[in-house]
Design a protein around this ligand. Structure first.
Ligand code: DUC
Ligand code: ZN
Ligand code: ZN
Length: 453
């Protein structure tokens, strides 16, 4: 058994959906309805993916995974909890957005789910609503320094939201890119006839991610609030986080597998294939990867989540043929995260326990659901994965379960594969057969970030 803290040989006793005891192998006379033999395998906590966008409306279309298809794919990949983003529509209350996303998820999920709240309209009324959302178990709020006219908040709005977060214990999650400057560069690039997907990466400059990260950190300092920066991709942004953490500030950073394994080489693939890799923050030149791996090892970055936001190549990514700014932003990945990070263990980037820490335990703690989620310990939900560390698999759209017509990792060989998955004690993947069902997953109300007290 591997947790963020330990690697031990152990029997795990599960009752009524919870872990009730751990024991040295064969030392207890437990009688059980079912025994799962995990010898030669790893027994790990179910993954916690703290950043997904099922059914997200974006760029005139919708992310292609529903809560049903996306959470089933999560289960296949050993992820048993997702934290998705409910979206406030401009001019509407936060609560209306949350209610709408509750309806989308309710009765449809294969694994447990929670929500963050995207604030697209920070004003007096939505600021007043923030403490109520925290009480409802939605204790984190995503703001955007990018996407002017859509999700964008200006510095004053950001500061005000951070002040409320400081008062209520809520956590501000920041999409840190200078969207005002980026929009100028987009217009200029298109004016020069630079319309291919690779220009998406060129205009969304690393320096504009670093600048926004720096500004977000300073605003959080002024407000006295913690800050969690989502989908960090630039080494210059990692440096800003590291500097803030060296000063002792409560600043946290997340990166995603696409930034660790893919690069601008993918964005430059010919025949518009690069559109498959358009997401924001964008993929960076390969040289940035070393800084991200180092950040994960030194704890300057604490979480790896997917930003799963799939759009089919046919009919969706194609909306941006002839104009990269119209390509819907996002990559599929909810099914691949645990495997890709195990591959990182195999390749020596991180240790086994760090794998579980960045993929299970820390996201659970960061978003207030530990130890119910993110570990295997008496009292925890029995979200348990039997992982075969020796299986060889090849990632492909032919075999994945995400509702999208391509894989960002097509043809990549991975050592390791999920074999069996339990969600609250129910076997939902049984030796690579899906035995779960839509509606098994329930809403998990979250407490406050557990790194602050
Ligand atoms: N980035 C993406 O790539 N997709 C959805 C929203 C975002 O910020
Ligand atoms: Zn974002
Ligand atoms: Zn996102």
């Amino acid at each position: 058994m591997i947790t963020a803290a330990d690697e031990v040989h152990a029997d795990v006793l599960i009752e009524h959906g919870r872990v009730v005891a751990l024991a040295a192998p064969g030392t207890q006379e437990w009688t059980a309805e079912r025994v799962i033999d995990a010898s030669q395998k790893y027994v790990i906590p179910g993954g916690v993916d703290a950043h997904t966008h099922m059914e997200l409306p974006f760029g005139g279309t919708f992310a292609s995974d529903t809560f049903e298809t996306g959470t089933r794919a999560a289960a296949w990949g050993g992820t048993t909890t997702i934290v998705d983003f409910a979206v406030q529509a401009k001019g509407e209350p936060l609560r209306a957005g949350l209610d709408a996303w509750m309806v989308k998820a309710d009765g449809n999920c294969a694994v447990d789910y929670a929500f963050h709240m995207i604030m697209s309209d920070v004003n007096e009324s939505t600021l007043r609503e923030m403490p109520k959302l925290v009480e409802l178990g939605v204790s984190s709020f995503k703001l955007f320094m990018a996407y002017p006219g859509v999700f964008y908040s200006d510095d004053g709005q950001i500061l005000r939201a951070m002040q409320v977060a400081a008062d209520t214990g809520g956590l501000i999650m920041m999409h840190a890119e200078n969207g005002i400057a980026i929009d100028v560069l987009v217009e200029q690039a298109l004016g020069r006839g630079e319309t291919d997907p690779r220009y998406h990466g060129e205009v969304r400059k690393a320096l504009l991610e670093a600048e926004a990260t720096h500004r977000a950190i300073q605003l959080a300092r002024v407000a006295g609030s913690p800050l969690y920066v989502v989908h960090v991709s630039a080494r210059e942004a990692v440096a800003e986080l590291a500097a803030a953490r060296d000063m002792g500030l409560p600043v946290f950073g997340e990166t995603c597998p696409q930034y660790l394994f893919l690069s601008t080489d993918n964005l430059a693939e010919p025949d518009f294939e690069g559109a498959k890799y358009v997401c924001s923050t964008p993929l960076r030149p390969r040289e940035h990867q070393a800084a991200l791996w180092r950040g994960l090892r030194t704890n300057d970055l604490q979480v790896v989540s997917t930003d799963h936001c799939p759009f089919c190549f046919t009919g969706q990514k194609e909306l941006g043929r002839g104009d990269f700014s119209k390509i819907p932003n996002g990559l599929p990945g909810v099914e691949n995260r645990m495997d890709l990070l195990h591959q990182a263990v195999v390749e020596g980037h991180i240790s086994r326990r760090r794998w579980i820490e960045i993929a299970c335990a820390t996201p659970a703690r960061m978003f207030g659901i530990y130890p119910q989620k993110g570990t295997i310990a008496p009292g925890a939900d029995a979200d348990v994965v039997v992982y075969d560390p020796h299986a060889i698999q090849v990632l492909s759209a032919e075999t994945h379960h995400m509702n999208v017509d391509y894989s960002a990792y097509e043809g990549k060989t991975i050592t390791g594969q999920v074999e069996t998955v339990l969600s609250r004690g129910e076997v939902i993947i049984d030796q690579r057969k899906y035995t779960g069902h839509a509606g098994h997953g329930v809403f998990v109300p979250r407490g406050l970030c557990q790194y602050l007290s």
